[in-house]
Design a protein around this ligand. Sequence first.
Ligand SMILES: [Zn+2]
Length: 336
Amino acid sequence: MLSLRHIVPALIAVALSAVSALGAPLVAIDPGHGGADSGAVGALPVGSVTGLTPRADQFGSPQIFEKDVNLDIAQRLNGFLVARGFPTLMTRNTDNAGGDVPYTTEGADLKARTDLANARGAALFVSIHQNSAPGAASGTETYVHTTAGAAPRALAAAIHQALVARLMLTDRGLKDANFYVLRNSAMPAVLVEGAFISNPTDALMLANPDVREAMAEGIGQGILAYSGMIDAGAVQQPVASKVQLVRAGASATKRAGINPRHGDLWVATVVDQAGAVMVGVPLVARLPNGKGVQVSTRADGKALLAVPRRRGRLRVSVAVPGLKVTATGDVPARIG
Ligand SMILES: [Zn+2]
């Protein structure tokens, strides 16, 4: 039996300092390739764990696909920006072509991406790619269109600077190119080549989720720097400022399909600096042993966590990726 009288729901909200997005623009995030177009392919050592869809060549040797890396970084960047009040638009959210439709041709894929951003009136377009070249090329490049004006060049410079600072790879500089997505975006557009997936050392880096997180944060910090520059004085946007973590009761736990002998349901909510619940902010939840806890987010902004019990204790930490917003819930036993 579980007696609620003995349990104090742990509610710990940690305030924090976070950069405010001023008059945050709609950012189109474009994860390059997808579906039948894998993008560049890198080789990984046997036994590599990427946290991405496992890929292997015909001999079973692990590989890493550019399309998977790009989507993972894009989703992390999306979380980074949403947590800071930016409206965003993903040109694909799944392993498909632009617009999340099955891949047919490169032309149709690229057109769907810029059409989406142009139709929604995105203010910025950021395309995420990884580079490929014969030999041992390594490092970071950021592209604008050959005829780009001051605004896209400023955006590219801000992103490139932040990205090089975060990744600490070779700075291969800002470059011009006539890429389709740069040519056909109606707004300032940049294309990032984060690292060389063709280079075994860079590929191994890209296999590490922490490096992909750093790449997303670098791009995000560049967008913040650029947006502050062009939108100073505009209305302050919501920024995630607290996570509230509450342990649900036994009946809610049972309704969630969890056996109360083995665990409990917790509910996490992210609120902004004005105390309003934010929807769509990604959360990461872990047990004290570092193991991840599945988080399912509802449309009302509540995130449900199924937290297993370890030797009578219930304990979980949640965090907003890229922001120093965390909460830890700890219910000492008195259960049973
Ligand atoms: Zn690419």
